[in-house]
Write a protein that binds this ligand. Sequence first.
Ligand code: SF4
Ligand code: SF4
Ligand code: SF4
Length: 187
Amino acid sequence: MSQLELIDQIDALLPQTQCQACDYSACRPYAEAIVNGQATIDRCHPGGIDTLTAVAELVSIDPAPYLDTVLTQYRAPTRVRIDLDVCIGCVKCINACPVDAIVGAPKQAHVVIDSLCTGCDLCIEPCPVDCIEQVALDDAADVVSHEMRDQSRLRYQAKQRRLQLVQEKKTLNYANAKQKIQEMGVL
Ligand code: SF4
Ligand code: SF4
Ligand code: SF4
């Protein structure tokens, strides 16, 4: 199996909340770090014992030494809710959400789309008025389902591509503007 295939297979076992609790920017970078020998297999907080044992089996590592850490840091699936009466429509949560699970326009109340929210909590800290709260789930089956994982992976990838395109456009606009100024003899 190639390194890329192994990364794909490990990524497929990760919860895809994109929560960064593993200290990597998303699930796939963590999978890459495992394959590159830079990260241990016990760093996925939402994954719990199921993810640990699945990854351990795939990479042929004994999971026993990691059980205590994984049990201690395990975080049950949640979602978040926005208090519509307090939200000031600053858009910071939309920018922070890795899977585009929040909708709203500037200066208008924002809403979380439950079926897209992975419970990563990355929107909570940037909110300037503390109007986003965690919601415990009675039934976590949807959040941990393979369909949800696939959806979250695709939405994360789509957001990353969109951000990259925006950055490329900014860089191009800057280069064009600089060239024009140089042609005018200002620089
Ligand atoms: S779910 Fe969170 S902690 Fe687990 S691999 Fe993905 S980003 Fe890392
Ligand atoms: S709405 Fe918040 S908790 Fe839900 S996925 Fe987006 S950033 Fe994460
Ligand atoms: S960060 Fe908070 S105040 Fe700003 S739009 Fe989101 S929920 Fe509303």
